[in-house]
Design a binder for this molecule. Structure first.
Ligand code: SF4
Length: 226
């Protein structure tokens, strides 16, 4: 694949982060509390799949592994779009090798509404970029996207709270198009980018290569959690 949603978000925070993901992922150190947050987010996402009732999940794994088979997921998604399945989860799309999987697509009118699920009490700017990237890929694949929502966690009995971000997410189309091809080129460069440490090392997320770039761990590429 060229650029995935995760690649885009990480590359926009710092192109060196994306380069290290591709060339030296063993240098990554994910703090336990971050891993716990990621795991909680995955569980929240799994529960959210049923927020509209019955659904079809597109996830397909390579035989004998837990590695997603993206090609098979894209094909399965195409079939469900053709048969106008009501709720499609982990809907996968490829455009010029750029890839995304959408948490939830829900049939509406002539197309689908898009739901990006985040285990958070509020909508952060990067969530809207995330949804914007998905809109970019899905719409280029010919899917008519209506509304776009970020699903955050509500209070009390309302576990899932969709927030309409349609206008802002769709408004990012040109910005994404301006950067996606450059990131694709930069991730393939043979040399590590010469980027100084700075604010981007912690904003919006603490970088998993923080120790490597700040010289607080050596580069022996030992046992890093994935
Ligand atoms: S620590 Fe900072 S400079 Fe190094 S890859 Fe991460 S964001 Fe980029």
């Amino acid at each position: 694949m060229a650029i995935t949603k995760t690649d885009f978000m990480r590359g926009m925070q710092c192109p060196k982060m994306l380069w290290l993901d591709k060339h030296r992922p063993g240098l990554k150190v994910i703090p336990p509390e971050v891993q716990a947050r990621l795991d909680a987010g995955n569980e929240f996402g799994d529960r959210a799949m049923a927020m509209f009732g019955p659904f079809e999940e597109m996830t397909v794994y390579r035989p004998g592994t837990t590695i997603p088979d993206k090609k098979a997921m894209v094909e399965k998604t195409k079939q469900h779009l053709l048969s106008r399945t009501e709720v499609i989860c982990e809907a996968a799309f490829v455009d010029y090798n750029n890839y995304c999987a959408i948490d939830i697509l829900r049939k509406s009118g002539a197309g689908y509404d898009l739901y990006e699920v985040k285990n958070s009490p509020e909508v952060a700017e990067q969530f809207i970029r995330d949804a914007g990237f998905q809109y970019y890929i899905a719409s280029r694949c010919g899917v008519r996207i209506g509304k776009i929502y970020i699903v955050i966690h509500g209070e009390g009995e309302e576990e899932f709270k969709p927030i309409d971000v349609t206008q802002r997410a769709k408004g990012l189309y040109t910005w994404i198009n301006e950067h996606i091809w450059d990131l694709n080129r930069r991730q393939k460069e043979p040399e590590e980018p010469a980027i100084e440490v700075g604010e981007q090392c912690s904003l919006p997320y603490e970088c998993w290569y923080y120790g490597y770039c700040h010289g607080t761990v050596n580069s022996s590429e030992s046992s890093m959690p994935e």
